[in-house]
Ligand binder design. Structure first.
Ligand code: GLV
Length: 325
């Protein structure tokens, strides 16, 4: 029996999966089934909607919560909660929890570090040369050591910290933009305050965005920001599609202001087949898979959060709905 078991088997708390495009029961059903005390249904199988006390969600439909008047807790299967907090049917008094998963952060850090090295080493040129069977060693003359390539990170939560650790371990100086003052790890310069994003971008040869999506960060990756960045800088966009003004990025790539971009998140997902990002020679597209949450982390967080709610406590994984993360 799991250590985080809610209550004896006969006292079952009922919940529902709510998602527009992932099969959550398929992804998380086994992990949740291991948790005595919880029972989750697909919406079509819910025996009595008034008995539903919690939901496990990812991008729920706009009216997804309307059918469940007794819902108390909404657990998101990921770290970002923007898609839930903006949902018009989300009841005001409901607690929203998200996943804090060290492994998810480690996977994200590896992905970000891989792209940092990709841009630092201009790997796209090697791939092109290989396709043309050209043995070209000109890079050897122009390569800057990592100590001379500044990496900026927008966002210094669990993910931002894991990325900073991975990137500093590779020898790059790291600058992070955060809302709050505080300590930072060795090799990491922390910049806080209202202009921190601009200050970090202005000194980033490679800029990584891992901010949460809030009203304040909407469209934050725009022409004004790109204009302040070093000529030919690279952008690694791992936050949310709505952070990026897409036409501004295309213009910045055309002018050479931005040299290359790695994009994992998009305003419209799936990225439409005719979108110019797919075929742009200096863009790498990945399908919002920079990281994943483990089913175990999701189900453990869910049980802990349900348990806290039942005890009348605020779950450790609860987000502050007023600041959006
Ligand atoms: C993924 O997009 C997440 O929010 O964890």
């Amino acid at each position: 029996m799991s250590q985080t078991a809610l209550k004896p088997q006969e006292d079952v708390i009922e919940g529902v999966y709510l998602c527009t495009h992932l099969d959550l029961p398929d992804l998380f059903g086994d992990a949740v089934a291991d948790q005595p005390g919880l029972r989750l249904y697909r919406p079509k199988d819910v025996p009595d909607p008034t008995r539903i006390r919690f939901a496990l969600v990812w991008r729920p439909a706009p009216d997804a919560f309307d059918a469940y008047p007794k819902i108390e807790l909404v657990q998101v299967i990921a770290a970002g909660v923007d898609g839930v907090l903006r949902n018009p049917s989300l009841p005001e008094d409901v607690t929203v929890t998200r996943v804090h998963d060290d492994e998810q952060a480690a996977i994200m850090a590896g992905f970000a570090a891989w792209h940092v090295v990709w841009h630092h080493r201009h790997m796209g040129n090697y791939l092109k040369a290989q396709r043309e069977t050209v043995w070209d060693r000109t890079t050897i003359k122009t390569l800057r050591p990592p100590s001379q390539v500044r990496v900026g990170i927008l966002g210094y939560g669990l993910m931002g910290q894991a990325i900073a650790k991975a990137v500093t371990a590779l020898g790059f100086p790291v600058f992070v933009a955060t809302r709050s003052d505080g300590d930072s790890a060795p090799g990491v310069s922390r910049i806080s305050g209202a202009d921190s994003v601009q200050e970090v971008a202005a000194q980033s040869d490679i800029l990584i965005n891992i901010l949460p999506l809030t009203e304040a960060t909407h469209n934050i990756l725009n022409a004004d920001l790109f204009a302040q960045m070093p000529e030919g800088a690279a952008l690694i966009q791992l936050g949310r599609g709505q952070h990026l003004v897409e036409d501004d990025l295309l213009a910045a790539l055309d002018s050479g202001r931005i040299g290359a971009a790695s994009l994992d998140v998009f305003r419209e997902e799936p990225l439409p087949p005719d979108h110019p990002f797919w075929t742009h020679p200096n863009i790498i597209v990945t399908p919002h898979e920079a990281s994943v949450t483990s089913p175990k982390a999701v189900s453990d967080t869910l049980v802990q959060s349900v348990r806290a709610c039942i005890a009348g406590q605020r779950p450790a994984a609860a987000v502050d709905k007023s600041n959006g993360y």
